[in-house]
Design a protein around this ligand. Structure first.
Ligand code: ADP
Ligand code: ADP
Length: 224
């Protein structure tokens, strides 16, 4: 469960990235964060991961107040999260497999186990035959699916994806989204930001942001 209570974020005195946002997201939901560029979608996602802190208000994940977490506790929070953020590029000097293994290697898994789980993650996003490739040799859509594999290799409870379908054509965007939806079907909470309206009807709920405020929220007819 993710809860925002009267959360505001000000980067400067008169500019709010988020303004008095209150919402709660239950386990297993597939949420689309919609709204134009600059609406505050990335800021909202980063707050769930503790990357940005609220200027006021409270964000909690599974009952734990994120802003009260010590820096030393953040890695424990992050282990529950799969992050697909725009500023996290794949490393181009190593293979796809090695990129996906990385989150496991840094948490001390053996290389045998890391490799095994990374291969399973690549299968789940439909790219088992790209393990040995360099990221640069892949299409944009494939690279985005590698980023998803890297995000889910730790088996997170929550996936946060910032504009995962940006710059992709419809077919590739559909594959990326299909991969994310498969995790939601397995019980993982997915929060996906998108300014791409064509996918909104696939979400269990759409939260529409404008100028840092929730201006609309609706449940899809597919909602469980
Ligand atoms: P979105 O993801 O919907 O495009 P963002 O959360 O990135 O929106 O940005 C919301 C607003 O906050 C924008 O006006 C943006 O310029 C501003 N903003 C975001 N990050 C920073 C930052 N680090 N410093 C100053 N302003 C920022
Ligand atoms: P299993 O016991 O086979 O892992 P689960 O019921 O846990 O089955 O999950 C169903 C499917 O979804 C399996 O393929 C599982 O590996 C996958 N899965 C479940 N949760 C996650 C997660 N957080 N990250 C990645 N894959 C997951």
């Amino acid at each position: 469960m993710i809860v925002f209570e009267h959360v505001s974020k000000q980067y400067s005195q008169d500019a709010y990235a988020l303004k008095d946002v209150s919402l709660s997201i239950a386990d297993g939901e597939l949420i689309f964060l919609a709204g134009p560029s600059g609406a505050g979608k990335s800021t909202l996602l980063k707050m769930i991961a503790g990357i940005e802190k609220p200027s006021s208000g409270r964000v909690s994940v599974n009952g734990q107040d994120i802003s009260k977490l010590k820096t030393s506790s953040l890695p424990y929070l992050r282990r529950k999260l799969g992050l697909i953020l725009q500023d996290q590029k794949l490393l181009n000097d190593r293979s796809v497999l090695s990129n996906v293994m990385l989150p496991l290697v840094v948490t001390g898994a053996s290389s045998t186990e890391a490799e095994q789980r990374a291969r399973i993650a690549l299968e789940k996003v439909g790219l088992p035959d790209k393990a040995a490739s360099l990221p640069m040799a892949l299409s944009g859509g494939e690279q985005q699916r590698v980023a998803i594999a890297r995000a889910i290799v730790n088996r997170p409870q929550i996936i946060l994806a910032d504009e995962p379908s940006a710059f992709l054509d419809r077919e590739n965007a559909n594959k990326v989204l299909g991969a994310l939806k498969a995790f939601q079907s397995a019980g993982v909470t997915c929060i996906i930001s998108s300014h791409d309206e064509q996918f909104l009807d696939q979400a269990s709920r759409v939260i529409y942001l404008s100028q840092g405020q929730v201006v609309n929220t609706w449940k899809s007819s597919l909602a469980a």
